[in-house]
Ligand binder design. Sequence first.
Ligand SMILES: C[S@@+](CC[C@H](N)C(=O)[O-])C[C@H]1O[C@@H](n2cnc3c(N)ncnc32)[C@H](O)[C@@H]1O
Length: 211
Amino acid sequence: MRTAVEFDQFYAKPDPWKLSHASFRDRVFRRLLRETVRGRYILELGCGEGHLTAAVFGDAKSVTAVDISSVAIDRAKARGLPNATFKISDFLETSFKGFDVIAALECIYYLSPEEQDAFFAKIAREHAGKVFVMSAPIIGENKFRRYFTHSELMAVFSRHGMTVERFHNLNVSRTGFPTTAATAAARIAPIVLDWLPEATIYQRLYKVLTR
Ligand SMILES: C[S@@+](CC[C@H](N)C(=O)[O-])C[C@H]1O[C@@H](n2cnc3c(N)ncnc32)[C@H](O)[C@@H]1O
């Protein structure tokens, strides 16, 4: 999926990624982003139906939240969130200027490799000296698409003059007994996630400083 038409079709039924059932994910994001978000001006990229806008960015001073899908944005607007403004926009065409924090949670990998490079260059250019947070799978590749690995992402950040302040594990890959046990432990105490080896991790969150 890349175009507005494709994402609108995917959003034909509400909540296509079943995010309303992802309460553990919400809890982990809230814990990790609380201090970064509180009282700040946020640009949330790929906001979809505004699930994280409500669940994670509620303490922000204001959130400008954009998505390529008009269907998703209509549902996001219907939430009536007092601190949020929702806009239909492709994030490669969105201005990145004037925000304290830009958040790209689980959306960059829909861009082609060339577009991803243009995206990071745009962040470096239009959001200099600020905070950028992004989350994505770090598994390299699966049957659906090619994702980053951790070392590839570190190289991308470095190439664009960005410094990683910290990163955190968000969840584990779903195969095998050790990861099932790790998932169970992490649900009781999410801090356990950061003790797990990289090979067991599915997604990571990065807090990055631009120069
Ligand atoms: C997997 S969903 C994640 C939604 C939300 N960030 C979350 O994690 O709950 C990815 C979202 O990115 C949006 N998206 C993908 N490519 C985009 C683009 N180029 N510009 C704006 N939004 C885009 C999709 O429409 C979709 O709503």
